[in-house]
Ligand binder design. Structure first.
Ligand code: MTE
Length: 387
């Protein structure tokens, strides 16, 4: 990876090449904003946001990756740690990290997005951490498939309703309404169909190094295509259940309303919704008139792939296609850019981006209040000043 100073030096020395040609020539775009640290949204438990305006690459280094913790980081000695596998299984297991590492492993990039990412843009205000755009990141994860571990234990139920509960070592009592029944662990379940998909991993490494305590050391789940709450950190136990798990974290929390026969019912959050976010220009940025200015961001979705990103520079009246950068990688964000020919007329302009995925799902213009404080994926305007 180039050193940041070399990066700046080469950026400063750039000839006036068109942006796409610059990238083809291996040169960085000229508008890179330096990373000045994660933003503290809560000090304890640690909740840290990636400053999205500094987005500049496909894989984020670990120190730039957001952190979402509900409780204090548990102290775990990997040498004493074991993963228990129990419930509706033929052979309950206790696996050490070394035993897990001996199973066939894989490394793959996956984008995680917190279900509350973008909550600060909700009106009326929703309770929960006030994330802006940066409770999202793409990293490379190394681990074993959850399916391989389930196969070793032998799932003993054929029920379609079967689930796998993933439990973390962290715990605490939720004292604000809706209160928990005393201290509880962070725990979420996956339907057995998703749990068996080869992309669902139990990971011990992030970006080529052992997981850090903040990111779930020694072992965490990585559930591609689902909001981040499913990717349980500090895993200690997998429990196979015959019927859906109704734990606190997927009924009273991380749930949304759907309408069934006209009746609102709560459903547990799962798949990531299609979304594009603008990294630059940032809100309030001054953009030169009569120039070509790069609008840059990332787009991602759940089980599909990003097929299109459109940009509007007139508050949503007209839209033009952005260029999707690099190849599409399933379960990862896709970087995009749009070269804006800025107007002669000075003044405020409202930029917007909207994504469509391979299943034809397009980001909505308006917020659906049934989603409560989660899955914030409606189009978010960015007002800039042309001067
Ligand atoms: N796992 C445990 N055990 N405890 C947690 O608080 N937070 C979840 C998930 N896994 C959480 C957890 C949420 S809401 C998100 S968005 C992701 O972890 C964030 O992962 P990260 O902190 O590595 O970015």
């Amino acid at each position: 990876m180039p050193h940041r100073r070399d990066f700046l030096r080469s950026a400063a020395a750039l000839p006036a090449l068109p942006l796409l040609a610059r990238r083809a020539a291996g040169q960085p775009p000229p508008d890179v904003v330096s990373f000045s640290g994660l933003i503290v949204r809560e000090a304890e438990p640690r909740n840290l946001e990636f400053p999205f305006t500094t987005l500049d690459r496909f894989v984020l280094p670990t120190e730039r990756f957001y952190v979402r913790n509900h409780f204090a980081v548990p102290k775990i000695d990997p040498a004493d740690w074991k993963l228990k596998v129990e419930g509706a299984v033929e052979k309950p297991l206790e696996l050490t990290l070394d035993e897990l590492k001996k199973l066939p492993s894989a490394t793959r990039p996956v984008t995680l997005e917190c279900a509350g990412n973008g909550r600060v843009f909700l009106t009326p205000k929703a309770s929960g951490v006030a994330w802006q755009l940066g409770a999202v990141g793409n990293a490379e994860w190394t681990g074993v498939s959850l399916a391989a571990v389930l196969d070793r234990a032998g799932v003993s139920t054929k029920a379609d309703t079967a689930e796998v509960v993933l439990e973390g070592a962290d715990q605490g009592a939720i004292t604000a309404d809706p209160k928990s029944p005393g201290p509880i662990h962070f725990a979420r379940s996956l339907p057995i169909r998703k749990a068996r998909q080869p992309e669902v991993m139990l990971a011990w490494a992030m970006n080529g190094a052992d997981l850090t305590p903040d990111h779930g050391s020694p072992l965490r789940a990585v559930v591609p295509g689902w909001y981040g709450m499913a990717s349980v950190k500090w895993l200690t136990r997998l429990v196979v259940t015959e019927r859906p798990f109704r734990g606190w974290w997927q009924t009273l929390h991380y749930s949304y309303f759907v309408r069934e026969g006209g009746l609102p019912v709560l459903r547990s959050l799962s798949e990531i919704q299609v979304k594009a976010s603008i990294a630059r220009p940032a809100l309030g940025e001054v953009v030169p008139a009569k120039s070509t200015h790069r609008v840059f961001g990332a787009a991602w979705t759940g089980e599909g792939e990003i097929a299109r990103v459109e940009v509007s520079t007139d508050g949503g009246t007209t839209w033009a296609d952005a260029t999707l950068i690099d190849k599409s990688v399933k379960y990862c964000w896709r970087l995009w850019e749009y070269l804006w020919k800025t107007p002669d007329r000075r003044g405020k302009y409202t930029l917007m981006a909207r994504a469509t995925d391979s299943r034809g799902r397009t980001q909505p213009a308006q917020r659906n209040p049934d989603l409560r404080g989660y899955a914030i994926h409606h189009v978010i305007p960015v007002e800039v000043e042309v001067r």
